[in-house]
Write a protein that binds this ligand. Sequence first.
Ligand SMILES: Cc1cc2nc3c(=O)[nH]c(=O)nc-3n(C[C@H](O)[C@H](O)[C@H](O)COP(=O)(O)OP(=O)(O)OC[C@H]3O[C@@H](n4cnc5c(N)ncnc54)[C@H](O)[C@@H]3O)c2cc1C
Length: 321
Amino acid sequence: MSNVLVYGEHAHGKIPKATSVALTAGKQLAALSGGQTILAVLGSGIGEVAQLAAGLGADKVVTIDGPAVEHAVADIMVEALKAAADATGSDTVVFAATTQGKDIAPRLAAALDASIASDITNVNDDGTLERPMWAGNVMATVELTADKKVVSVRTTAFDAAEPGGEAPVEALSGDVAAPDKAATFVGLEEITSDRPVLTEADRVVSGGRGVKSAENFKDVIEPLCDVLGAALGATRAVVDAGFVPNDLQVGQTGKVVAPTLYIAAGISGAIQHLAGMKDSKVICAINKDPEAPIFSVADYGLVADLFQAVPELTEKIKGIG
Ligand SMILES: Cc1cc2nc3c(=O)[nH]c(=O)nc-3n(C[C@H](O)[C@H](O)[C@H](O)COP(=O)(O)OP(=O)(O)OC[C@H]3O[C@@H](n4cnc5c(N)ncnc54)[C@H](O)[C@@H]3O)c2cc1C
């Protein structure tokens, strides 16, 4: 019997849906090993977050509260999580495949001499795991054979855990020593927006190189986002050109999203972009090239100039109220 430790990501006193999604996969793995699912919450002054975590559906919550883990510096989180895994008898540690999860998980796997499966999309009954390879063109079934295992979970592939209950909260020592040559925290520049978070939004409007400039994003794409209450997304071409910040990139090397509605305007549909959005429930593409590959995954395709079609669509939706 082995327990499963789930990394409880949090920010600004809130726990994102991604943590509950990781918890679902953690529970499935714990059910197979006959162990408990334990949520690890690390940070400084995290009493209230720990209480929130206690209601998410884990068997237990452990906290490491102290200045060393105030900022999620990966080298230090690894030390803290190693200690938490040890203290809780957990052979498996699960992360959401978020920016933070992707930063910490491989380092923890190396430190624990563990097998790792990143970005998993399914836990099979025999304990094997499924994960996409080559931008989602191949689905691999992998078995983790080392005693210790680290897993990161594609956040669009599992439902959030059913919240409920009041898990016991146990405080572990907050005295975490930074390893030699650990990175040090210098500062955090956060981009704040009134729009929904890209990875959690129910609707996403993304623009590609066809939008042509940062100004056009503001004048043409963002008004459509706003009437739909949608998050803004973009292709790598647009991010590389500096039209929008890089945390808005959707795709293989960006965010993976699966909203109810994904509108792609001026996007060709390269496989690396499709890898990040093709599981969206309804995909609408606006492109002036009828041969654009995006139309092969689109449920609704409009062959049109986006500079005419997008403002028209925005006005029509405004009219619906
Ligand atoms: C290792 C690797 C990883 C990558 N990761 C990612 C990733 O995570 N995300 C990602 O997006 N890309 C990624 N890429 C880049 C990817 O291969 C493409 O280059 C990129 O997605 C293209 O972006 P785009 O569709 O905006 O531009 P383009 O391919 O140039 O397409 C622009 C489209 O706009 C249309 N258009 C132009 N003007 C208009 C108009 N007025 N009205 C309507 N349509 C118009 C054109 O017909 C065209 O189809 C990666 C590439 C590599 C090699």
